[in-house]
Design a protein around this ligand. Structure first.
Ligand code: ADP
Ligand code: AMP
Length: 217
């Protein structure tokens, strides 16, 4: 299954993609996570990405497409994958089609998690992530049993530098201008589905699984 999880920043892509990846045994490919790992390692890619990420802007297409192209060529993607946070521009979507075509495959489904704009800042600002295993929490909507401690592995939770109200605002405006047009792009493909992301996490997962039941390879 070749899947794309779409949605605005804070819509719940990462939360849901992690569950689907586990259930179907396919890798979750998050460009945001890949950039954050590069920033942490201090690689040239990380240094370049950091400038854009901290400003709430998109990393240039040629850089982003390059890392996805390399990632999708890895053996663990042979049985499918779930993309989380890519594509974010029409150029990235076109490149993805070409990459898959060259591999003799195509997208199985594009699922958009739809959440009203006014809820997204609160989701972003309250997000906390485990430093050890990367699990995602929310101070109000998905709080860990013990404050700032990961339920899954006991790791310390942290807040992303770009999850401030100000940078979230900027990221949402970039989403509106550059990424939202992808909804129409994929609606025309016949493999597009939309899910109400305002519901509780578990209900969003249930709806997502219902969509995936009818998706073929
Ligand atoms: P994205 O990957 O789309 O940016 P995340 O999956 O990281 O979004 O979710 C953003 C924040 O919102 C996280 O703190 C997460 O725990 C929380 N969240 C995710 N889904 C829901 C939901 N359905 N209802 C309330 N909060 C949610
Ligand atoms: P995310 O973790 O998906 O919220 O992404 C965090 C940041 O990483 C974004 O605000 C961008 O700066 C960068 N980024 C992630 N994915 C992409 C992408 N597909 N294209 C460009 N920039 C991206």
């Amino acid at each position: 299954m070749q899947l794309i999880m779409m949605g605005a920043p804070g819509a719940g892509k990462g939360t849901q993609a992690a569950k689907i990846a586990k259930k179907y045994g396919i890798p979750q490919i998050s460009t945001g996570d890949m950039f954050r790992a590069a920033v942490k390692e201090g690689t040239p890619l990380g240094k370049k990405a950091q400038e854009y990420m901290s400003a709430g802007k998109l990393v240039p297409d040629e850089v982003t497409i390059g890392i996805v192209r390399e990632r999708l060529a890895k053996d663990d993607c042979a049985g499918g994958f779930i993309l989380d946070g890519f594509p974010r521009t029409v150029e990235q979507a076109d490149a993805l089609n070409e990459i898959l075509k060259a591999q003799g495959r195509s997208l199985s489904s594009v699922i958009n998690i739809s959440v009203p704009l006014e809820d997204l800042i609160e989701r972003g600002v309250g997000r906390r992530i485990c430093r050890s295993c990367g699990a995602t929490y929310h101070v109000k909507f998905h709080a860990p049993a013990k404050e700032n401690v990961c339920d899954a592995c006991g790791g310390e939770l942290y807040q992303r530098g770009d999850d401030t109200a100000e940078t979230m605002q900027k990221r949402l405006s970039v989403y509106e201008s550059s990424t939202r047009p992808l909804i129409d792009y994929y609606k025309q493909s016949g493999i597009y589905a939309e899910i109400d992301g305002k519901q509780k996490i578990e209900k969003v997962t249930e709806d997502l699984e219902n969509v995936l039941h009818s998706v073929k390879g």
